[in-house]
Design a protein around this ligand. Structure first.
Ligand SMILES: [Zn+2]
Length: 411
């Protein structure tokens, strides 16, 4: 029986090996503050689980030469999917978060959960078949979706751009098919996790990652871990009230939400109205070919179209206002801005910076960095993989499967 307390020390040692902080037993004694006997015993357990492997004898100047310790990152693999509004990234990751397979597929999430999961599972199957020769052991699946998720149940809850998905049991479908545990989170949270593990937030402990695309949302990292709140709705800053105009109806049904004034869908709607009124030849020309989208406003601003520039500036101002309040409340060391509005967003970033620095308390902004995300659209796939890996190695769950030689299973 592995108790949760034992699991914690097992994971403490595993983490030291995983991160390279300890490469020998003497290193573990030095860095873990655990007794030699406990270290020896836990290490035996980790070696029995095949999570740590002992390598070659290392040459040292004096004394007995220790064997090198290594995290066995290919012991298990996780499948990951980052499902977006118009397309998805699907991939396979080792336990160290290294993506070994990655594919992009255009797909409209509005086609519903059955159709979408058919595409996801077909690609998962292809990846697993492709890796058959490598004896891949599947340990879990992480999925990001573009809507609010109740994390405990893995269900989408009234997602505004995903008709038919509300309360759909995504986890159940995937667990049934693959027989491994599945974790679901929203797109912004997985993007934040991706940036935390391999992107611009590496080394930071208190971070706000804002996704500025068709909609607006934020992922909060608090003390090094994702902060989801009681139900999983933390960080949904798109629906913070910023205006009192009753005519600015939001997709959520309320009025005056940040997203309804500054989100990509709101900007393209306003751009279309202004283009129809003859105020923007640039947007009018584009509107002849397709319905205006976020990308058109971004392109307009980049090419100097006055209407687009003003729309983007106003959006940045509102986002900056909202973030200034969050900085005073939450005191992050880093704010990362990503999403489609940021693709050519240096002016946008500059406006947000000015507002946040001028409206937040000096103590809160003393060390604050505001920057663009580093991974762009690749972040969420890394994050979806990290989501599953984090859960596999969470002490309470790890304790249930680490006993004997079992692997993670559906519970
Ligand atoms: Zn709203």
């Amino acid at each position: 029986m592995v108790t949760e307390e034992q699991a914690q020390t097992l994971l403490q040692i595993l983490d030291l090996v995983r991160t390279g902080s300890a490469v020998t037993r003497p290193d573990l004694v030095r860095t873990s503050e655990l007794g030699r006997a406990v270290i020896a015993q836990r290490l035996e357990q980790l070696i029995a689980l095949d999570l740590v492997v002992e390598g070659d004898v290392l040459a040292v100047p004096r004394g007995r030469s220790p064997r090198g310790l290594q995290f066995n990152k290919t012991r298990g693999y996780v499948l990951a999917a980052d499902i977006g509004a118009q397309g998805m990234f699907v991939g396979l990751s080792d336990l160290a978060g290294g993506i070994v397979e990655r594919v992009y597929l255009p797909h409209d999430v509005g086609s519903g959960p059955d159709e979408t999961l058919k595409v996801v599972t077909a690609e998962f199957d292809t990846i697993l078949q492709k890796r058959e020769d490598f004896n891949v052991q599947l340990w879990g699946i992480g999925v990001g979706i573009p809507g609010p998720v109740e994390f405990a149940t893995g269900r989408a809850v009234s997602p505004p751009i995903m008709p038919g998905w509300s309360e759909f049991d995504i986890r159940g479908v995937l667990q049934e098919r693959y027989g491994v545990p599945v974790w679901i989170d929203n797109d912004v949270n997985v993007m934040a996790l991706g940036e935390l593990r391999v992107g611009a937030a590496v080394g930071h402990r208190d971070v706000v990652v804002v996704k500025l695309s068709t909609g607006i949302g934020a992922g909060l990292i608090s003390n090094g871990v994702l902060h989801r709140g009681a139900q999983g709705a933390a960080g949904d800053i798109g629906h913070v009230t910023v205006g009192d105009d009753p005519t600015t109806l939001c997709r959520c049904g309320n009025t005056g939400c940040l997203e309804a004034l500054a989100g990509g869908w709101a900007l393209s709607q306003r751009g279309a109205e202004l283009a129809a009124g003859g105020e923007s030849p640039f947007l009018a020309e584009r509107a002849e070919h397709h319905r205006l989208a976020t990308a058109d406003i971004v392109a307009g601003a980049a090419s100097g179209d006055r209407v687009s520039v003003v729309l983007m500036r106003e959006s940045a101002r509102l986002v900056g206002d909202t973030l200034a309040r969050i900085v005073n409340f939450y005191n992050p060391s880093l704010i990362l801005l990503g999403g489609r509005l940021m693709i050519a967003g240096d002016a946008y970033l500059a406006t947000v910076r000015n507002i946040v620095y001028s409206r937040s308390l000096p103590l809160a902004t003393r060390e604050l960095v505001i920057a663009k995300v580093a991974l762009g659209e690749r972040a969420a796939l890394h994050g979806a993989a990290a989501l599953a890996i984090d859960e596999i190695f969470r002490p309470s769950y790890f304790a249930t499967w680490a006993e004997g030689n079992r692997v993670p299973a559906v519970i």
